[in-house]
Every structure is written in C-alpha cells, then in structure tokens.
Design a protein. Structure first.
Length: 307
C-alpha cells in the first residue's frame, strides 16, 4: 500500500526516528542515495508563494537523481476545473511522487486517496509536517535526543506550526507546551490526538495562556509569524492580540540557560521575535532552514524505498 505524509502522526515514533537517522546520514553524504535516478520526475505543486519549500524540494529531488517539475496551480487545471483526485490520477501515470503546498488539508487527503504514488504535504493551513521533521532534526543535532525534552511554541496556537508541533512532538516523546491567547487555541481534535500519542510515547501536551509560565525551564523555544498567508486582513488585530507572546531576551531568560530558539521563517522581526533573540547565540534558525533539505530528502527516500 502506498504511504503518504499528510500529517505528522502519519509516522510512528520508530518511523520518525528512522527518517531522522537517514537525514543525518544524507547530510553527511549528500549524493549517496539516488532513488530517483533516471531521472524520475516529482511534481511539486504550489498554491502559495514559497522560498524554502521550493528550493529545498527542488534541490533535494535533484540530489536524489530526479527532476523536479514545479507547477503553479494558477497556471494548471488544479487551480480551477479539475479536482485533486482527478489531477492525482493523471500525475501518477507520469511522476514518482507528488508534493503539494496548499490551503485546505482536505485537498491533500482527497489527492492521496487511492493514489499510487506518495503524496507529501509541503504545507497546509492545518499542518506543516515537513518543517517539523527539519525542526526535530535540528533539535537532535544540538541536544542529541528528543524524548524527554520540553518545547514551547508561542503565538497562534491554531496555526499549522503549532498543530504540527503538537503531533510531531508527541510522537517523539517530547513535552509540548503551546502558549497562545485563549481565542487562538489549537483545534481540540488535534490536541486530543496529540495527548493520545504522548501517552504512548512518554511525552505530554500542555496548553497555556501565560507566555512566561509556558517558557519556564523549557529546552526549546519556538515561534512563528503572527500573520500567516491568507490572514493579512487580520494583521492589526493579531499584532494587538499577540503582543504579550513576543519572544524577547527577557522571555528567553526564563527558559533553560542553553535553550534553543527556532523559527521556521520568514520572520517579522520586532513582532513575534526581537532581533537580539533571532540573531543571538541561542538561535539555530539557519541550521533549521538548511535541514529542510536533508529532512525532506530522507522523507522521500523512505516513502519511495522503505515504507
């Protein structure tokens, strides 16, 4: 049966570890594995603008011996007349995998249903699982392990990054804290799924409305833009609402002395994070950005050869 990667919990803890181990190897030996030799083609579809996702997938597919086919839905039938399932039935006759950066999670689920090639969620409004593989790889590089670490995400708790941290962190056995205004809490069903995963892995899930309390003693502090794509008309209200959740040096001082700072980028400097934190010694954002390449390559190898 074809495996897909649509949500972070599509992987078990053992599978997540296997992919991260493979990412470590591929980072050391970048051109050692070529499952896409031929070259085989991977369709990489964009509904949303992109820098890191576009570059990391295009370069990663080429590193694996393949050819990336970059498709904009604005210039394809998927953007209008054709359903995701019909598009997938056409593409699977010609490509080895489908990567889609889109809006609704339901579109990805429809595309993957019955499709004979792997479908990868490169970002949806609900989840950002490829980014989480990169984040987990970065944390493991700097701390040696994931299980038992405490990670705090501050900002929009209903965002794709927050909800992916809940699922991926719980799978990894981490203690995941989400700090957000009450009206921006994560989806209750996602929280429930994450708590079930955490119970099995030895991790935990906690929700906070007090940013200082959420960061106290944390090993990792994470934030993201307060104004995600599609939310631009809410910018003024969001800035007013999330002001107390800005990550500055005073807030970072409440975490462990060696706590890491992560941000998936692009950052609105001065809003969700101050310059002294994002450019400071605890920030590992450039490692995190690079690790999109290695983590996604490992994911593709695993889906194509090992799943």
């Amino acid at each position: 049966m074809t495996r897909h990667f649509l949500r972070d919990d599509d992987l078990s803890q053992a599978e997540q570890l296997e992919i991260l181990d493979l990412a470590v190897d591929l980072k050391k030996h970048r051109y050692s594995v070529t499952p896409l030799a031929g070259p085989q083609t991977v369709a990489v579809i964009f509904d949303k603008s992109s820098t890191r996702t576009r570059v990391s997938f295009a370069v990663g597919i080429a590193d694996l011996g393949g050819s990336p086919l970059i498709i904009s839905t604005a210039n394809s039938q998927l953007g209008g007349k054709e359903t995701p399932s019909d598009t997938a039935r056409v593409l699977e006759r010609m490509v080895s995998a489908i990567v889609w950066r889109t809006y609704a999670q339901s579109g990805l689920e429809e595309m993957a249903l019955g499709t004979t090639v792997p479908v990868i969620n490169a970002l949806s409004d609900e989840f950002h699982p490829c980014q989480l593989l990169a984040d987990l790889l970065t944390i493991r590089e700097h701390r040696g392990t994931l299980a038992g670490l405490t990670v705090t995400f501050l900002g929009d708790g209903a965002s794709n990054m927050s909800q992916s941290y809940l699922l991926a962190g719980a799978v990894a056995g981490m203690h995941v804290r989400i700090a957000s205004p009450l009206e921006y809490a994560p989806d209750a069903a996602v929280v429930s799924d994450a708590r079930a995963l955490a119970e099995a892995s030895g991790g935990s899930v906690s929700l906070y409305t007090d940013p200082a309390e959420s960061v106290a003693g944390a090993d990792v502090v994470v934030t993201d833009t307060w104004v995600s794509m599609g939310k631009e008309d809410e910018k003024a209200d969001r800035i007013a609402t999330f002001g107390a959740f800005r990550v500055d040096s005073d807030l970072m001082a409440l975490a462990k002395d060696d706590a890491l700072f992560l941000h998936c980028l692009p950052a609105d400097r001065g809003y969700e994070v101050t310059a002294d934190v994002i450019d400071g010694g605890q920030s590992v954002i450039w490692d995190e950005a690079e690790n999109r390449l290695h983590a996604q390559k490992a994911l593709m190898v695993w889906l194509l050869e090992r799943a």
